[in-house]
Design a protein around this ligand. Sequence first.
Ligand SMILES: [Zn+2]
Length: 234
Amino acid sequence: MTEHRYIWCRNCNEIHHVTPFDRAPGYRMNLGEETELPMDDRGAFMRRHSGHRLEGLQGVGERYFPEGQALDPMRVGYVEVTNGKESFVVRSFRNRIEDPLHFELLRGRLKAVGTTASIQENEIRKEMKHHYPWRPSERPDDEKIELFVRLFNEVVRGMDPRQIELCGYDDTASSVAYGVLSSAIVEKLMQECRNHFDQETLSGLRRFIDAHRDQDGVMTLRIVRRYAIEESGE
Ligand SMILES: [Zn+2]
């Protein structure tokens, strides 16, 4: 996990993100020519704020990306940090895709407000259509795959996400985890499927489910913790 460290200028209320790349030179392609940029970000920040009241801020482990992948350049991120005495939330965002990441400091902390579980729809479709070695008589066509995805969605929507046993975490966002598909959920899903599919498709689906329900299988559930920013007054 990346360590989250920042320098905060209390006079200007500006934030600098401390990264291992701080002092590395940057390159930019300009009309086909590569130009080196002076990229000593930390040095520039320290010079700009020399004589000001600077404070180090350290991540406490909670971070949250409300929408989009952590690697999406336009995503907004929230990281809870502390200066040792008070809690803050650093909000990071870009106004335009070509801009550098902006940081903004909010007084308060990240508070977990709930958990949602969802299925990995696209991964399931991809695995069913392109990868899984179906027995020829058991292979579902696209229409059956869509129906299966819909039934699976309905079953998971009716579940309490807190009851799901976790089996892995997303490397890029600590608010995302993966949950095992329990026997109870599998039973419920199979029951729904029995109303719609013939015997051969059913046994194929059952084999598919059992092959992908734990570890990094596509039938594991995506568990997302939701946070709110609990702001505190000055
Ligand atoms: Zn300053």
